[in-house]
Design a protein around this ligand. Sequence first.
Ligand SMILES: [Mg+2]
Length: 199
Amino acid sequence: MKRAVFIDRDGTLNRMVYDETHGLMDSPRRPEQVELIPGAGRFLKAVRDMGYLAIVVSNQPGLTKGTMTEDELLAVNERLADLLREEGGAWDDIYYAAYHPGGGPGARPAYEERGDWRKPAPGMLTAAADKHGIDLASSWMIGDGLVDVQAGRAAGCRTILLGNVKMEQVQRFVNTEGAEPDHVARDLEKALELIRASV
Ligand SMILES: [Mg+2]
């Protein structure tokens, strides 16, 4: 059985982008908006060197909401892959959950069928485990959102929440949500230390 590090995309590998139209932080929609979080490529390289598969799992409800096309998503992914490669990093596979519970103009049957892929559900992780033969209990899920922790826990992985917060603060916040991470790490470099220490 293989082991994997599952990694969120937006806010974890690349920065979120300010959307002036809606006044909120959102996923990049065009390749030129993609800005790498420094060290993200080195992180992917390091986990793969340790023998883990690096698998990106990303909610992309804009596809269903009609704010983004699949071609735009793929162009953003391609740009991100180029930037990661400059640091020597790459992913082994990437999954995205297009589903959005509110539906939308972009809703297609294939997206609706995959409602269980949308984090906090673990569908992307379990699909990847089936495809690649991954032992989820010896795998990790890393991301900057509570849904990342929830999806990782639901899949039976160990979890790391990225953020500049103290574990005690996180515990108070998530106790009721079943979203308590195993670790909190300030950045990917710290997350890497935690993974390395666990081996
Ligand atoms: Mg995120």
